[in-house]
Design a protein around this ligand. Sequence first.
Ligand SMILES: Nc1ncnc2c1ncn2[C@@H]1O[C@H](COP(=O)(O)OP(=O)(O)OP(=O)(O)O)[C@@H](O)[C@H]1O
Ligand SMILES: [Mg+2]
Length: 475
Amino acid sequence: MVKFDFQDTSEITLPTNPLEKIIGQDEAIRLARICAIQRRNLLLIGPPGTGKSLIAQSMSTLLPKPHQEVSVLHNPQNPERPIIEVREEKDIKREEISGINARILEPEDVPAFVSERLGFRCKRCGTLSSPSIAFCPNCGVDKLSRTQSSPVNWIIGMQEEQKTTRVHTTRLVNGKEEIMVYERFGDKIKVMDQKTLQKLEQLTKQVPRKVIIPLDRKTFIATIGASETELLGDIKHDPYGGHQQIGTPAYLRVTPGTIHEAHEGVLFVDEISTLAHLQKYIYTAMQDKKYPISGRNPTSSGASIKVDDVPCDFILVAASNINDIHNILPPLRSRILGNGYEILLNTYMPDTTENKIKMAQFISMEIKKDGKIPEMTAAGVNEIISEAKRRAKLFDAADNSLTLRLRDLSGIIRLSGDIAIGTENELITSEDVKNAVKQGRTIEEQLKSKYGSLFNASMNESSYEKDPNASKGIN
Ligand SMILES: Nc1ncnc2c1ncn2[C@@H]1O[C@H](COP(=O)(O)OP(=O)(O)OP(=O)(O)O)[C@@H](O)[C@H]1O
Ligand SMILES: [Mg+2]
């Protein structure tokens, strides 16, 4: 029994960093931190409920925000081969900024030669008027006239002048010469600097596109027993086969896989051994850092469509139970080890005061996470700790230890909370925990206490099959 410095779990202060919330797995956490910083892969081995998913998730919170956006562009030359475009955050931002940079000015606010060329200012008296008025309202001179006024020149000149809707000039910015463009904008003048012009140029060049991996996205993508299409992406079927008028164009039907969605983030593959042959795709993608998206169903209209070089630069965090390690493909393990770590999670930790305090922290966290159960008294916490000790002995034959098979233990915490609510206690008491432990016993434990051992239980079962009355003790 520890004498805690709190009365109940509401007084426990919890760490804010997700990795610090994980208890008893210090080595795994140390490596997870390194993996996040150095972009290495991680294979987590351990029994259910020891924190594999939790470590993977928490690790992804250490990654910087993604800075690339991936789009598929329509390919006019070959619509069935849409093109990939990767844009950096800074380029996207610059475009947004340049959009605002186009200023609208009054004709009097631009240099005289500009307003003259755009047809606002009279060349003779300098009066400003709308470019739609050909003659100066002040002096009556033809605003568009040229110096030589032969009829031919007049016609050609007028046509040229009327076309002058843009004036290009230059200005010095930080000692560098930059282009400035003034453009007629109704009765006003639009001024564009170099950045705005670049954007305009891009807009005119721009082809239809679909953003498949947006800039604003999660850095944690989980895949469980994935299908090929979930993992690698697909091209949606179109009953009209992408027909120009009535169909959906190929680039709009491109769907990324989880390997692409995890670009710049963590791809978490739970129970990796169950992926069987799909593991091969994962290690190819890890190696190339890009993987094509193509139609995966040979009978679908998407089958003829393929997008090459779709980026998928992810950190792989894979999880497996100990018994399934041999089902992980050796080339995949070699790629993880070649650029990362394999780690066996702890199933128990020494029963020290420090670890008991960590256990109290864990209980407090589970209560907050559940949200529907009351806080627990210090005596209740001690009772959970006793149960953690009993379980370490029961499942791992570990003396003086506390179990780290924490999902099961959190089940007991929840159960005791439900019991407390039933008894209208304001807090979860040690009595509630004791009752929860009794109720929360596994089937194996229940069989053991009923029949003395699992062996006896199974013998009893087989004699029941031969003679249904046997278990009732009738014979
Ligand atoms: N080391 C730990 N520290 C804190 N909480 C833990 C820890 N391990 C497990 N838990 C608790 O158990 C729950 C289940 O953990 P998690 O999902 O990470 O287990 P897992 O190892 O991925 O299990 P599985 O093999 O079944 O997928 C967590 O949500 C958390 O409440
Ligand atoms: Mg898990």
